[in-house]
Design a binder for this molecule. Sequence first.
Ligand code: AMP
Length: 187
Amino acid sequence: MNVLIFGPPGAGKGTQAVNIVETFNLYQVSTGDLLRNEVKNQTSIGRDIENIISKGDFATDEIVNELIKKVVHDPQKKNNLVFDGYPRSLSQAENLDKLLNETNQKIDFIFFLNVKKDTIIKRIEKRKILEKRSDDNLVTILKRYDTYMETTKPVLNFYSKNPNFYEIDGGGKIDEISSKIKQILSV
Ligand code: AMP
């Protein structure tokens, strides 16, 4: 099965993706992680990406679509994917649809982790101390949240009509959210 986790920054998408991946033996596809890897490995695009991420801007569609294409087209990972942080715009959602169509795949489950703005701010401030991410400061958090509301949230219209769309209250405890998700995926 392919699973997509959708939600604002700080909703816990990465945490839940890791849980699903471990339970069901799938692959996590986090564009954030893929981009941070480019920075870490000091690739030719790494320096530009570092700047983009720390300002809270989006990497270009060209870059993220290319990273996603490699994973979706990988025969070993086919139908075993958990998307986390992609798509973040309508054009990315259309691109994902196209890539899945051309590889005879589809999204089987979509989870929308819904979390309020004040909870997000508190969580990211905590994560800043634990993970030392360059984009986890208040100015960048607010910018990322606004971009989510403007550019990413409209993607929900694209997915919410899907019969396998599930809205989950992402404001609760990690374990409770995980067990809700696992229950749905185990049916
Ligand atoms: P994340 O780890 O998902 O919170 O992503 C961290 C940062 O990576 C984002 O704030 C963006 O700067 C960049 N990024 C991640 N995914 C995407 C995407 N699908 N499109 C554009 N930029 C992205």
